[in-house]
Design a protein around this ligand. Structure first.
Ligand SMILES: *[C@@H]1O[C@H](CO)[C@@H](O)[C@H](O)[C@H]1NC(C)=O
Ligand SMILES: *[C@@H]1O[C@H](CO)[C@@H](O)[C@H](O)[C@H]1NC(C)=O
Ligand SMILES: *[C@@H]1O[C@H](CO)[C@@H](O)[C@H](O)[C@H]1NC(C)=O
Ligand SMILES: *[C@@H]1O[C@H](CO)[C@@H](O)[C@H](O)[C@H]1NC(C)=O
Length: 329
């Protein structure tokens, strides 16, 4: 670095002026950037990639995303007034971890966190007001979901490719209008007090899509979802050597009669491989407020939420047949 002799007052003065310079530069940097269509916005130092991802647009609609750098947050504004059976865009943030791709056999914890809101119009809903305007969305016949989207494949290269991966594993936190998961219902599983129903299907491109749908909308979520992954491998729906390659959080926008705004904050991933927390993006530098990585505190929380005495008993009993912490309803 520059400052070899910090005792020199000249150097201290230089340091101060450089510091001021840095602060000025930071202030000058756009703090709220809007990108639309297929443009991408990256916060490099936080390793976050924001993408409006209008991959199937039509002329009568749009998809934009406004990104705030610090603390990271985004608002996704959209309208697609035609064709309620197709996804037109998936505005999202991609969460990056050094340990990806990681084999399902080695993932000991995967904490996913996010807070979100959804309503009509072009303005984000102000929190802590009711985060979801169910009536407004309904009146506009809005069809959309809110989901973590994971791509996975036994091959490293395919695992990180959303077009080549053999498997897509989704965790839906919200479901509006006519957005239904692909395939047939398999089982109901509870993780940390959230009830999920699993659907097993295939999309038009032949990708095996496994969707865990929260039975009720969950606008604040922070759970270790590894029991959901373990259910898939224990039941041979996905092979143990399959690697999770990408993880993102956003909303699949199908159709709405007017503008819709989806807002997300506190998104984070805490990936633990063979018991070691990956050096990854965590929302608040190490997981305070439940938004970050799988710290000891988080693990304790996860253990507590999964460890109601009766549930522990089920876990112990089912461990013998290779099923862990899964509640069959
Ligand atoms: C970005 O700025 C717009 C306009 O001021 C505001 O409505 C929106 O909430 C901001 N978005 C974020 C994520 O800060
Ligand atoms: C996964 O676990 C196996 C068996 O313990 C080990 O050989 C392998 O190196 C691990 N792979 C990763 C990517 O951690
Ligand atoms: C919907 O959003 C677009 C793009 O921001 C804007 O031009 C239009 O006025 C909005 N429509 C309504 C009814 O708010
Ligand atoms: C799973 O949950 C869904 C939604 O609450 C419910 O309709 C369904 O009956 C449940 N399935 C089983 C097998 O209990």
């Amino acid at each position: 670095m520059l400052f070899l002799r910090p005792s020199s007052s000249l150097l201290i003065a230089t340091t101060l002026s450089l510091l001021q310079q840095t602060i000025a530069d930071d202030a000058a940097r756009p703090e709220n950037t809007t990108v639309c269509g297929q443009q991408v916005y990256t916060i490099k130092e936080r390793k976050l990639i924001f993408n409006p991802n209008a991959w199937n647009p039509n002329d009568i609609g749009f998809q934009c995303i406004s990104v705030q750098d610090e603390p990271p947050a985004f608002d996704a504004m959209w309208s697609w007034s035609m064709d309620s059976v197709s996804v037109h865009s998936y505005p999202h943030v991609k969460l990056v971890a050094r340990a990806l791709p990681a084999p399902l056999s080695n993932i000991t914890a995967l904490r996913l966190s996010a807070k979100w809101s959804m309503g009509i119009g072009s303005q984000p809903r102000s929190q802590p007001q009711l985060p979801i305007d169910f009536d407004g969305l309904d009146a506009q016949a809005t069809t959309a979901n809110v989901a973590f989207d994971l791509f996975a494949d036994p091959d490293d290269k395919k695992a990180v490719s959303e077009t080549e991966a053999a498997n897509e594993i989704m965790v839906w936190l919200g479901q509006f209008g006519y957005s239904y998961p692909l395939g047939k219902a398999v089982v109901n599983v509870t993780v940390g007090g959230v009830d999920f129903q699993l659907f097993d299907g295939r999309n038009q491109r032949g990708i095996h899509v496994l969707t865990w749908v929260a039975v009720k909308a969950v606008p604040t979520f922070s759970e270790d979802i590894s029991p959901l992954l373990r259910y898939l491998t224990d039941n041979k729906l996905v092979s143990l050597d399959t690697k999770i390659g990408t993880v993102s959080f956003g909303t699949e926008a199908f159709r709405s009669g007017g503008n819709v705004t989806f807002s997300a904050t506190d998104f984070a991933m805490g990936l633990e491989v063979d018991g070691v927390l990956s050096d990854d993006y965590t929302g608040k530098n190490g997981g305070s407020g439940g938004a970050g990585g799988t710290t000891t505190q988080d693990k304790d929380d996860a253990a507590r939420s999964l460890g109601a005495p009766w549930l522990t008993a089920i876990s112990v009993a089912t461990a013998a047949v290779g099923i862990f912490s899964v509640l069959f309803i």
